[in-house]
Design a protein around this ligand. Structure first.
Ligand code: ZN
Length: 389
């Protein structure tokens, strides 16, 4: 696996950064690929609220290297409706007032913006998350959020749906089933229902800068992908693979390559590298392999095998992947131009005082919700680090 690629700057638009201890690993990956900058994302997590504290830490130490896309804090929505250690799936969400939730989430966007976050990350459209927080994306509960994002012109890395196979008992991969990503038992919303919710949101908020992750899981239906992008000029797809994604592009090679050239200003490079994966022995190999494979299929007009750590990417009917070998001007847009148009040419400056105030609030909230199960208090750790800098 050699990183022998064109010298075009590359920004990774989608890296999950959960813990300051992995900052060195991310910097190592940035050197190897290389990435000039990366967008760190955070998602809601019971107990520690989200990973926003880790994101703040990285930006405090390396302000020019990272954009931050924060996660929402549902503890502020739930207030006294959640007990320490309680699984969100067991909460009575019907008791959550729509207007109060809407106002609270809108306020969180104001706070993220004020602290110097560049965007928002939403995993709220992933079926497993939806079971935890069973509120439709187009419900009045989220109305204030969409309005605030539009008002701040703040981009969103947004995970909606999953590969269609995951709803289909016969075709769901054993790999996905093992992770609890099988949605065909009638207790999850359908893929189409999730898409309809996004359509409703965009009808009401047509200038939302959504970056729909994993090609919006439409890699098997490029006609539909094109029609969707035509209908929604402010929306982009990110190219973080989806296990199925590169296989689908290889199967429809000519039309996929055409799509990438025609819609080259609507696609954003990304890997979905996650720092929790880096603790596994094959973690670094998996991360670098992902970065390499995504560059390979964009940049080289050649057949290639996915790296060892990613063997399950190649679906059994294929002998290998075939790269597009896209022209340099298209690559430049996908690698950095589109991201910079959405997020700005340089990351926003961190507002340390604002961040310290928010970290203190988060730290005491984490104390309140702690169940003794040890996730520690990442907000307090980062708060102390920031105060010592
Ligand atoms: Zn992700």
């Amino acid at each position: 696996m050699e990183f022998d690629f064109l010298g075009i700057p590359v920004i990774d638009g989608h890296i999950h950064f959960a813990s300051p201890e992995h900052m060195g690993d991310i910097l190592k990956i940035m050197d190897a690929v290389p990435f000039t900058k990366v967008n760190l994302v955070s998602v809601p997590f019971p107990g520690t609220l989200n990973q926003n504290a880790a994101l703040i830490y990285f930006k405090a130490l390396a302000p020019d290297k990272v954009y931050l896309s924060g996660g929402l804090d549902y503890s502020q929505v739930l207030v006294d409706k959640v007990q320490p250690g309680q699984d969100w799936g067991t909460i009575d969400w019907t008791a959550v007032d729509a207007e109060a939730m809407s106002t609270t989430l809108a306020r969180q966007i104001d706070v993220l913006k004020w602290m110097g976050f560049d965007g928002l990350k939403l995993i709220e459209g992933k079926p497993t998350f939806r079971k935890q927080v069973p509120i439709p994306l187009d419900a009045p509960h989220y109305e204030g959020l969409w309005a605030a994002l539009e008002r701040h012109d703040m981009p969103v890395i947004f995970h909606v749906a999953d590969p269609e196979e995951d709803w289909d008992e016969a075709h769901a991969s054993p790999w996905a089933k093992e992770r609890g990503w099988f949605y065909g038992d009638g207790t999850f919303p359908t893929k189409e229902a999730l898409y309809a919710e996004v359509d409703h949101v965009l009808a009401r908020h047509p200038t939302l800068k959504l970056v729909l992750a994993h090609f919006y899981f439409l890699s098997a239906d490029l006609g539909r992908a094109a029609a969707f992008l035509d209908r929604h000029p402010s929306v982009c797809f990110d190219l973080t693979p989806g296990n199925e994604m590169i296989s689908n592009f290889t199967r429809n090679y000519d039309s996929a390559k055409r799509f990438f050239i025609d819609y080259g200003d609507r696609l954003v490079y990304g890997t979905d590298i996650a720092t929790w994966g880096l603790s596994r022995p094959e973690g670094m190999e998996h991360a670098l392999g992902t970065a390499w494979a995504v560059r390979m299929y964009l940049e080289k007009d050649t057949f290639f095998e996915p790296p060892e750590a990613l063997v399950n990417w190649r679906e059994p009917d294929l002998t290998g992947f075939r790269g597009f070998g896209l022209p340099p001007d298209v690559l430049a847009r996908i690698y950095h131009g589109n991201f910079e148009r959405l997020f700005g040419e340089t990351p926003a400056a961190l507002n340390r005082d604002a961040a310290i105030g928010e970290l203190a609030r988060m730290a005491s909230q984490i104390d309140r919700l702690s169940s003794g199960e040890d996730h520690g208090n990442p907000a307090r750790e980062v708060l102390r680090a920031l105060q010592g800098m």
